[in-house]
Design a protein around this ligand. Sequence first.
Ligand SMILES: [Zn+2]
Length: 270
Amino acid sequence: MARSAIFFLLFLVTNASLALLYPFTLSRLLLTLSIYAVGTLLMLYLLFHPRNQWLVANRSRVEGAGCVALTFDDGPDPVDTPRLLDLLREKGVKATFFVVGKRADQYPEIVRRTWAEGHLVANHTWSHPSLFCFLTPGRLRAEIERGTESIRRSCGFQPRSFRSPVGLRHPLLGPYLRDAGLEYISWSVRTRDTLTANSTVLAQRILSQAASGDIILLHDHLPAGTDVMLEALPRVIDELRKRGFEFVLAGSREHVGGRALEPAPCEPVR
Ligand SMILES: [Zn+2]
């Protein structure tokens, strides 16, 4: 909470620096611009850098030599997630799915299948708000809690892992995640699958970066579909296996208290 308070103080000082412009002189203008620029850049770094630890403790790697974790954000998708699950089953690979609560409520049977096939299901907020770092405290808490609830409704598992939209931070995210018993999972390989139209380019980009301990960021739901990722993935899996890598989950499937849960019956939201 102390860091949240320091962040708000930084915000206030940065904006209050504008008062130095009065009475206007050139030296005051330069001083104000300097304070405002430094304060703004620092805030942007703290809110936007996916691996910065200052506002929210987070993990961007997995343990174990030769291990890598595939993570898929923004699903479930009624078409592409089942295609991905088929592919992962065929390859014998387990992965981590950061699901959007609203979508999980729309397609609970897909979330349940994801869980039942041994993957990890994790919280990616309720509605994936694009202005995540500007949410009011109440809305931020609701995004976290409703995301967790939708996963519990779908597959009976209380998620323990969280990732925010686009990796954005919020000054209150750290304490709220602690309250909710969630660990923030970031990534170490940004594949840019959302911007890549060529599967060979995508596969090469992943393969040129992947190293032991990496958490790889991909998406199983995109407005234009995930054909490119689905085409690149078999090559990526085969090549990483050839290099001796093992695919692991980005977090634990164990329930709080150490008990591994079986999926509960699916209860679609009406
Ligand atoms: Zn996302």
